[in-house]
Design a protein around this ligand. Structure first.
Ligand code: NAD
Ligand code: WQD
Length: 336
């Protein structure tokens, strides 16, 4: 039997785009997702885009029996681990839910991987693990001090993976710290489709442009930045997905390693710059109102992506215009 990649959370935003890339690269894939924040239809759309088949199991990473079945019967050789909860505000209000889903879920998964001797994993971490620093350009040596529960769950999982690697050199682990993923597949078939009111800037802007929301609330214009709004390193989802395939390839070829890399473009844009770019590509006016700063927001941070560029021979290619164009195409065409 051919060996397969297990993609946890493969029906979600980043997982589904990476699934497209994996299938296009010829990987055999099994998706495990409990659909708590995604829809089955997304997976059908992945099939439409790629014209490739893959297996899907609806299930939870905290369910050791499902994992045992998968590792016993499906010839898995590597795992891409996207499954997790990601709403920062919610994580502060429901910490147990986040520790249980993200940390406990990862422990159950890692234990079953170890038992099945599957020791190759790419993990979705986040720039949130860094917290606040005086220098805005974060490289991987920047100390980690997350300021919210969500970020703490990511750091705990990273540390568990480091400890596993220290105890058993046969593991190959890629820790990918994403900055701000945005955009959608260029087909307009899959994209980010928040079930609730969007927490993130670009999905909110897109919903305002589409007339689904009246106006954008800008969280503060008194930051020490050029126009007073927060600046972030937005990275196109297709660039982010390509990096995953490179990371998987790297840990499959270079056994017994653990690496941590930032995935970003290396430059930041302000909220106003994002609004202007979106207005240009959509031809829509984005009404806004400046309100209080959002608790926990930083003025500016962006990636030093040079380590990922060197190690994975990868670079983010898509610019702010393409990020907005693809978001807008997706927003206009699809609410699934
Ligand atoms: P998403 O919510 O769209 O996707 C996560 C997927 O995991 C969903 O399909 C959900 O149904 C599934 N899932 C959640 N808990 C599960 C469980 N216990 N068992 C099985 N499936 C489960 O989120 P996303 O934006 O695609 O994020 C993917 C990963 O990347 C997450 O781990 C997230 O923390 C991380 N990340 C996201 C961002 C971002 O801004 N989107 C940034 C940094 C890191
Ligand atoms: C970007 C900028 C806001 C919404 C979050 C998570 C992080 C990671 C990515 C998972 C900021 C401003 C936003 C709005 C606004 N996710 N803004 N009005 O906060 O950098 O990162 O998503 O790992 O963990 O914290 O992204 O898109 O929420 O905000 O003014 O309605 O837009 O203040 O300056 P953030 P964001």
């Amino acid at each position: 039997m051919e060996s397969k990649i297990l993609v946890t959370g493969g029906a979600g935003y980043i997982g589904s785009h990476t699934l497209v890339k994996l299938l296009e690269e010829g990987y055999d894939v099994l998706v495990l997702d409990n659909l708590s924040n995604s829809k089955l239809e997304t997976l059908d759309r992945v099939t439409s885009i790629t014209k490739k088949k893959f297996e899907f199991i609806k299930g939870d990473i905290r369910d050791k029996n499902i994992l045992k079945e998968i590792f016993k019967n499906k010839s898995i050789n590597s795992v891409m681990h996207f499954a997790g909860l990601k709403a920062v505000g919610e994580s502060e209000n429901f910490p147990i839910k986040y520790y249980e889903n993200n940390v406990l879920g990862s422990i159950v998964l890692l234990k079953e991987m170890a038992l099945a001797e599957v020791k190759t994993i790419v993990f979705s971490s986040s720039a949130t693990v860094y917290g606040q620093h005086s220098n805005n350009r974060y490289d991987e040596k920047t100390p980690t001090k997350p300021i919210n529960v969500y970020g703490k769950t990511k750091l705990i999982i990273e540390n568990i993976l480091r400890d596993i690697k220290n105890s058993d050199d046969n593991w190959s682990i890629g820790l990918l710290r994403y900055f701000n993923p945005v955009g959608a597949h260029s087909s307009g078939f899959i994209g980010e489709n928040p079930k609730e009111k969007p927490n993130n800037l670009l999905p909110y802007v897109a919903q305002v442009a589409a007339g689904l929301r009246e106006k954008l609330f800008i969280f503060g214009d008194d930051y020490p930045t050029v126009d007073g709004t927060g600046r972030r390193d937005y990275i196109h989802i297709e660039d982010l997905s390509s990096a995953h395939v490179r990371a998987l390839d790297y840990i499959q070829k270079n056994k017994n390693i653990l690496f941590t890399v930032n995935l970003g473009t290396g430059r930041s844009y302000s909220v106003f710059e994002m609004i202007n770019a979106f207005e240009k590509v959509s031809g829509k006016k984005i009404p806004f109102k400046v309100v209080e700063r959002r608790i926990g927001d930083l003025a500016e941070f962006y990636a030093d992506p040079s380590k990922a560029e060197k190690l994975l021979d990868w670079k983010a290619n898509f610019d702010i215009k393409k990020m907005c164009e693809d978001t807008w195409r997706w927003q206009k065409n699809n609410i699934i």
